[in-house]
Design a protein around this ligand. Structure first.
Ligand SMILES: [Ca+2]
Ligand SMILES: [Ca+2]
Ligand SMILES: [Ca+2]
Length: 642
């Protein structure tokens, strides 16, 4: 992760010696810095915000200090960030004998117009030279049950300004650039931990190589503790924040911190156990970045991701022109692996039967001889290639779905149309273990079928079809079937608008079904551009009523695919928006599950004729890949988490 502790104090002090205006002073066995000039410790914000000039929206601050003896109403500054110009305070941390104030820029809006104040437990023991303050989003005070009570504050309910630019600003340690309010205590440590719930606006900060977050000047000069104060105040020795993998936690490390940058957790060693001091120490999606531009021979429709044991991770792209391709994940990128002749391929489906590995392609067009069929390929463990296995007669096939019911293997094809007729049968094939071929098992009447999706709920097996067009209208019913005594029977119908995809997903024990509506069109209706900007719908299974009920409608731009994925404990849906009536250049959106609020848009991704999204995971992290039906370029995106 890019988010590592930033040692603000070390930035402000020259590594090999104090400048004028700063002196190194011993406090109860440890060393601290004392200021005599408001300008002595200052540096441009750009030095630590290298790649991005936005202050992180969530963060923690670790301060170790000896509090000055101040009269009750007096204030002093621990640090500030000051913009150019007269007295443009952006933010700061201010100390008073009874409070700690975190000051935002005035007029930033929202709750931050008023400062957030914290009762300041260190006040009870002003002589002690360590307070540890953690400010993350919200206003919580939490003291870990530790023998040394470093004070942990969390701010939970007050959102920090999202786009606080520190461009051109300077950090001042112990002052706000003026003599007034100069900190008269000692500072030993001041570390900023960029925080937890970042948004796309939060850019990565600098990679700080920081293990011990005490400036070198204060490490080298550690003298012998006077009067055995180390024993007297064991917790007032060095306050360490260790990075990296889980360090030991014994008596020696007692009261020390471990910052797990990977999981973005901060832990305190308490009685030989690491205790989390930030409640939300978990992996979260921060932003999405382009990882690979995958140039394909022609425009790509469906993408299928699959793993072949002992061979690796692959994707198959369904390409519009004469060949489709298989790519293998090699050295962190997809590399060409095999080309397969296809006819306006729409999608691929990977499945296994026992040890056999198959890949079925849905061909939309007939071949050169006018024969119309789709092909099932089988992986040859000897050739390490897919070879043709079975041809199946199909009609403008859009999609294959593979599934198992009661130990038997099935393949369902979505036949889109035959000539001009969209009201035709789609076919469910069953694997015959004797002939080792798929044989037609059931036909189901469909209207411009686009997609099949199979899922199970408890002992029940379901198959849902996306019907896109009946010859005159895209406003048609798409049907959900349930398996009962040997065949699929109609279970429920949904009114859909050019339905192109069904996506089923689980959140806890809740079951959802999302449809991608692509187009609202009727021959009798005037063609309108806005007929592509329509709602797609998420349904939820009501178990008692045994029916799916509308859960949420989401505006989409000719949606062609939904893909569900999770990162850490968060759930996401990404939609393939393909067209808004004027342009294929539209944003596809990632939505995050927010419980009661349903899915809320969190990331906008510029896409062009977006057709299909898939997710996959490698040891290096989580990725998304999407295809474009309008240009020969697919993209692999990396999900950055912290
Ligand atoms: Ca499907
Ligand atoms: Ca889907
Ligand atoms: Ca997909």
């Amino acid at each position: 992760t890019d988010l590592r502790p930033l040692d603000i104090l070390a930035e402000a002090v020259p590594p090999n010696g104090a400048e004028s205006g700063i002196s190194v002073t011993r406090v109860q066995g440890a060393l601290g810095l004392q200021l005599s000039s408001p300008h002595a410790m200052s540096f441009p914000a750009s030095r630590i915000f290298v790649r991005c000039d936005l202050f992180p929206e969530e963060f923690s601050i670790v301060v170790t200090l000896k509090a000055p003896p101040l009269p009750p109403k007096k204030n002093e500054y621990l640090f500030t960030v000051v913009a150019e110009g007269p007295d443009a305070l952006l933010l700061g941390l201010r100390y008073s004998p009874t409070r700690l104030h975190f000051l935002p820029q005035p007029g930033l809006g929202g709750a931050w117009q008023t400062r957030v104040s914290f009762h300041s437990p260190p006040v009870a023991r002003p002589a002690r030279h360590r307070s540890v303050l953690f400010y993350t989003n919200g206003l919580h005070c939490r003291s870990p049950a530790a023998k040394p009570p470093p004070t942990v504050f969390r701010t939970a309910d007050v959102p920090f300004p999202a786009a606080l630019s520190v461009q051109g600003a300077r950090f001042f340690i112990g002052s706000r650039r003026r003599t007034k309010g100069l900190f008269t205590g000692l500072v030993r440590q001041l570390v900023l931990l960029p925080g937890s719930d970042a948004t796309p606006r939060l850019c990565p900060c600098r990679n700080a190589e920081l293990v011990l977050s005490i400036p070198p000047i204060l490490q080298g000069l550690t003298g012998k503790p006077e009067d055995n104060e180390v024993l007297k105040y064991p917790y007032e020795t060095d306050m360490k924040v260790t990075l990296g993998s889980r360090p030991p936690c014994t008596k020696v490390e007692d009261a020390q911190f471990w910052f797990d940058a990977g999981q973005r957790g901060l832990y305190l060693c308490v009685g030989s156990e690491w205790v989390s001091v930030l409640a939300e120490a978990k992996e979260r999606l921060d932003y999405v970045e382009e990882h690979q531009r995958l140039f394909t021979r022609s425009e790509t429709l469906g993408i299928e991701v699959f793993v072949i044991p002992e061979a690796g991770l692959f994707i198959a792209t369904a390409n519009r022109k004469a060949t489709s391709a298989i790519y293998k994940w090699t050295d962190g990128k997809f590399a060409s692996y095999q080309s397969i002749r296809t006819h306006q391929a729409q999608s691929w489906r990977h499945f296994t039967i026992g040890k056999k590995i198959f890949l079925a392609v849905a061909n939309f067009d007939p071949n050169e001889k006018g024969q119309e069929f789709s092909v099932i390929y089988k992986w040859s463990p000897r050739k390490l290639r897919f070879t043709p296995y079975q041809r199946v007669a199909t009609h403008s096939a859009r999609d294959w779905e593979a599934f198992e019911v009661a130990g038997e293997h099935f393949l369902a094809v979505a036949n889109h149309r035959e000539g001009d007729n969209h009201n035709i049968d789609s076919v469910i094939y069953k694997w015959n273990p004797r002939t080792r071929l798929f044989e037609a098992n059931q036909t189901i009447a469909t209207s411009g079928a686009y997609d099949w999706e199979f899922f199970t709920v408890g002992p029940y097996s379901f198959l849902v079809v996306a019907n896109a067009f009946n010859g005159t209208s895209t406003k048609v019913h798409s049907h959900l079937y349930v398996w009962l005594v040997g065949s699929f029977r109609l279970f429920q119908s949904f009114l859909t608008f050019g339905a192109a995809d069904w996506e089923v997903f689980h959140i806890g024990d809740r079951i959802f079904l999302a449809v991608a509506n692509s187009h609202s069109y009727d021959v009798e209706m005037q063609v309108q551009n806005d007929s592509y900007v329509i709602n797609s719908v998420i349904y939820e299974l009501n178990v008692t009523a045994q029916t799916f009920v509308k859960f949420q409608e989401i505006p989409t731009c000719s949606a062609l695919d939904w893909e569900f994925f999770s990162v850490g404990e968060d759930y996401f849906l990404v939609v393939a928006n393909s067209f808004d009536g004027n342009t294929f250049s539209v944003n596809s959106i990632i939505y995050r599950w927010q419980g009661y609020e349903g899915f809320v848009a969190v990331h906008s991704l510029p896409t062009f004729g977006c057709r299909d999204w898939e997710t996959f995971r490698t040891t290096a992290g989580s990725y998304l890949v999407y295809s474009s039906a309008k240009e020969p370029l697919s993209r692999v995106l990396k999900l950055r988490t912290g």
